[in-house]
Design a protein around this ligand. Structure first.
Ligand code: ADP
Length: 463
């Protein structure tokens, strides 16, 4: 399917359109010019013949029979499909014979008007076609007015024009086709580096910050554009690295004062000589301090995942054992909420990666499932191998997620309005997604309001 908006199509289209207009104009010019040239050549030939006949008229004097004989000898008009008529003082003194099948009565051809003299005029023939006649007038020394007409059928003229017309009609479309084909190939070749750059640009992500656009050494504007875009990517990369370092540093710097603050608050909370209302306030501040600490830890995790692609270690991890272990550890939390947390036996799944981070993924998903499922609900985990991928699904019978929120839950700090009452900062799923991507895997969500949720992890199996 041709893309009409593509630059290649538009360039070739306009270029062929222009070529068609110019080719048409040039052909018309050649055709008309050639017609003029042929008529002019014929006029010169006929005028030379009329001048030769005038010589004969002068030599023949008052003897028309002699004139006729000389003209026949010299020009043989009928044999060459020619016409000749000589009049003196309005009286025809010689006229050539009929042309076989073309001109029955040469004498019946109308005499030239005064303004026909010295130029060609066209006379239709009885059996189709036409004849070009040139007329010239001379006065003899003894005062007679002689008009000489010489003519010839337009057949050669018409044939030459027709053959030129046919050539142009065939040549022009072929030329256009060749130009369109050639233009298409050339434009495509010129734009090939652009297509490569588009493909490379589509594949650029912040996970591959050092990748740049491929540059073909064409020395043209396309190469220049590539250099400019690569310089822009360089600047963006610097800015992005700077922002990442900033959040990592900020999270890191916040850790120590937060720990000290929590320690101090815990000490106050333990003191007996503090009034109960102050102790309650200190307890609240401590809770918020713990929450703040969790947010800072999550931010630090994300910053580290961003900066090192998340895969610190590259070891074989038994994903099934890791999942079962995590589920066992989360049983207490589930029981406290009267939620049945179960796991199908599954198959052995070994992946390459960082065990601690993969554990973090399971903890975050299970924690969410328990958190967003009302008491008496169910959370279950299934494990399977799908091709060369390990697949782990965490399903629950919880509140579910509306379709419009589903693409957003993996964003940093996004929380569905309905779940704001629960603890959390909206970073858990962002961490899950970052870890999965860093392990060459993916996480997808299948959910609906009131229908529970199913998070599906896919990670490449170790070879
Ligand atoms: P939070 O710390 O708020 O749980 P997450 O990034 O883990 O942050 O989750 C983002 C949002 O996605 C949550 O606030 C919640 O609204 C929604 N969510 C996550 N898991 C579930 C689930 N199993 N069921 C319903 N909603 C969920």
């Amino acid at each position: 399917m041709i893309n009409r908006r593509s630059l290649t199509f538009r360039l070739v289209f306009w270029y062929c359109g222009l070529l068609m207009v110019l080719g048409g104009a040039f052909s018309a010019y050649v055709y008309i010019g050639f017609g003029h040239y042929l008529r002019e050549t014929l006029r010169i030939t006929l005028s030379a013949r009329a001048e030769a006949a005038w010589d004969l008229v002068r030599q023949a004097g008052d003897n028309p029979a002699k004139l006729a004989q000389w003209v026949e000898q010299r020009f043989a008009p009928e044999a060459f499909e020619r016409f000749m008529r000589i009049s003196r003082d309005g009286q025809v003194i010689y006229v050539s014979g009929p042309l076989h099948g073309r001109l029955k009565e040469p004498a019946a051809i109308a005499k030239p008007w005064a303004d026909d003299l010295g130029r060609l005029r066209e006379v239709p023939l009885t059996a189709g076609g036409s004849m070009q006649i040139y007329s010239v007038a001379h006065d003899t020394a003894d005062g007679h007015h002689v008009v000489i007409e010489t003519g010839r059928t337009s057949d050669a003229l018409d044939a030459a024009s027709d053959s030129l017309e046919a050539t142009l009609l065939v040549a022009l479309p072929i030329l256009l086709l060749l130009a369109a084909g050639g233009g298409y190939v050339l434009v495509r070749r010129a734009f090939a580096p652009l297509a490569d750059m588009i493909t490379a640009a589509e594949a650029l992500t912040f996970n591959s910050p050092h990748n740049r656009l491929p540059l073909a050494a064409t020395g043209d504007q396309v190469e220049e554009l590539g250099h400019s875009l690569n310089r822009m990517l360089e600047r963006l990369d610097h800015a992005y690295q700077h922002a990442r370092r900033f959040s990592a540093d900020a999270a890191h710097e916040l850790r120590t004062p937060l720990t000290i603050m929590r320690g101090e608050l815990e000490l106050i909370a333990l003191r007996d000589d503090v009034a109960a209302d102050i102790q309650a306030s200190v307890g609240n501040a401590l809770d918020e301090g713990v929450r703040l600490g969790q947010i800072v830890e999550s931010l630090l995790s994300l910053a580290r995942l961003d900066s090192i692609g998340g895969k610190r270690e590259h070891k074989r991890v038994d994903l099934r054992a890791l999942t079962i272990e995590t589920i066992d550890q989360m049983q207490l939390v589930a029981e406290a909420k009267a939620i049945a947390l179960t796991c199908a036996e599954g198959v052995p799944l070994t992946v390459l990666g960082d065990r601690d981070r993969l554990k973090q993924v399971m903890v975050n998903l299970l924690d969410n499932a328990i958190k967003y499922t009302p008491a008496g609900g169910r959370v279950w985990v299934e494990m399977a191998a799908a091709g060369d991928k390990a697949r782990v699904t965490v399903s629950d019978t919880g509140i579910g997620i509306a379709p419009e929120d589903q693409p957003l839950v993996f964003e940093r700090f996004f929380r569905v309005a309905a779940s704001r009452g629960e603890s959390g900062a909206g970073l858990g799923l962002a961490i899950v997604k970052s870890i999965c991507l860093a392990h060459g895997g993916s996480v997808t969500l299948d959910s609906g309001p009131g229908q529970g949720s199913r998070f599906r992890l896919e990670l490449p199996l170790a070879g």
